[in-house]
Design a protein around this ligand. Structure first.
Ligand code: 3NM
Length: 216
């Protein structure tokens, strides 16, 4: 397997749905099936927070959600847990600035997709050099989902990264919904990444479909 091309990565980032059991009011597998029916392009398993599953249970839910992704040909990314990503033979892993350095993770995962969270131009440049396939930039807007989220940066942060020549695939994250997704794309992002706008929607499928329209 070769590394994913930048063009393919840009396509995959369009509607990047992130979810763990903590984010769901319903069965995660059902939410994921509906989100896929609505047209999400990439999925991240993020089992994090006070009530998150651990050990065997975390592995089992990951396996279940991965099988759903495989059935629909949606790449399955694991958040933070590089060992779990390797164990499950996931399609990739997403790491933050507090995790293992990206170049070490790249060595461990070979050609799998590597995403890195970046909050500044310097972090973005470093991620590029260390072998990231895409960067997640946020929080763009204020979010209640991530307890330790930084101050919202607005779409301007992505705009200034693009102006300074960062051309790696970028996905915006944090407080993104149907009403503001267009601004994120207009700022130069290739896609949007959401938890609550899909997970907590009354109609998950419809919400995913509407978000997708905003990225076209
Ligand atoms: N990372 P919602 S913000 C997982 O800024 C995550 O890096 C962020 O959830 C960052 O779409 C965030 O519900 C939470 O706002 C995104």
């Amino acid at each position: 397997m070769a590394r994913v091309s930048a063009n393919k990565m840009r396509e995959l980032l369009k509607v990047y749905f992130i979810m763990g059991s903590v984010n769901c009011k319903r069965k995660p597998a059902d939410v994921l099936e509906e989100a896929i029916a609505g047209g999400i392009t990439l999925f991240q398993y993020r089992e994090k927070g006070a009530w998150a599953l651990t050990g065997e249970e975390k592995w089992r839910l990951g396996k279940e959600l991965q099988a759903i992704c495989q059935k629909h040909h949606i790449p399955f990314i694991v958040n933070d847990d590089v060992d779990l990503a390797i164990e499950l033979d996931a399609d990739g892993v997403h790491i933050g600035q507090e995790d293992e350095p990206a170049d070490l993770v790249r060595k461990k995962i070979g050609d799998k997709i590597l995403g890195v969270s970046a909050h500044t131009i310097e972090e973005a440049q470093k991620a590029v050099v260390q072998g990231a396939d895409y960067i997640g930039v946020g929080p763009i807007f204020s979010t209640n989902t991530k307890e330790d989220a930084k101050k919202p940066q607005g779409p301007k942060l992505i705009e200034s990264m693009r102006k300074q020549g960062i051309d790696i695939p970028i996905v915006g994250i944090g407080g993104i919904n149907i009403a503001n997704a267009g601004q994120v794309i207009a700022s130069g992002a290739d896609g949007i990444s959401v938890i609550s706008a899909i997970c907590l929607a009354d109609d998950v499928k419809e919400s995913a479909a509407q978000l997708k329209k905003e990225t076209m």
